[in-house]
Design a protein around this ligand. Structure first.
Ligand SMILES: [Cu+2]
Length: 178
């Protein structure tokens, strides 16, 4: 009787174990895929306090270029305004916040004094032709497809490190000579 039980139960138990292992394997694989997706995903966003920094990007520059632009969006989910005060990066000697506009029919660019306010519940875009970062005194040329890091410092939210994705060279009026 006990002999019969052992021989009948063993294959059954083995089958359960095998299917359990297979399930576990699939679960682990699914987890790894989800995790990898989160790491290399297209959502390129950074958070600090109530602020969300969306898609920081820059442009590849021609050899010898001394400056590069920097663009992103800032969304303030909080109930108080904040202010982008300063920017720093290893890629250049310094970085400034600039505003581009037309004055007397001429395209001009000037540093923004006192930082850039991000209103409570508001969104500010740094984009070609408007507000932008200027990495000045490039130590090397940013190359298409790479990322470089920079630190943004806000009055209330504090400092956050973000990665700028380098896109292809542009052409046009947002590219300013040094
Ligand atoms: Cu500029």
């Amino acid at each position: 009787m006990s002999h019969f039980f052992r021989t009948a139960a063993r294959p059954l138990l083995g089958g359960i174990l095998r299917s359990f292992k297979a399930c576990l394997g699939i679960a682990v694989l699914a987890f790894v895929l989800v995790f990898a997706g989160a790491q290399t995903g297209f959502a390129h966003e950074f958070k600090v306090g109530d602020l969300e920094i969306g898609h920081p990007w820059s442009r590849a520059t021609p050899a010898g270029a001394k400056v590069a632009g920097g663009y992103f969006t800032i969304t303030n989910k909080g109930s108080a305004p904040d202010r982008l005060l300063s920017i720093s990066s290893d890629i250049s000697d310094k970085a400034e916040l600039h505003e581009m506009g037309v004055k007397d029919g001429v395209m001009t660019m000037r540093p923004v004094a006192g930082g850039l306010e991000i209103p409570a519940g508001g969104k500010v875009a740094l984009a070609p032709g408007g507000y932008h970062l200027m990495f000045i005194g490039l130590k090397r040329q940013p190359k298409q497809g790479e990322t470089f890091s920079a630190t943004l410092t806000f009055e209330k939210a504090g400092a956050v490190s973000v990665d700028f994705a380098v896109e292809g060279m542009g052409g046009g009026m947002d590219d300013h000579a040094d």
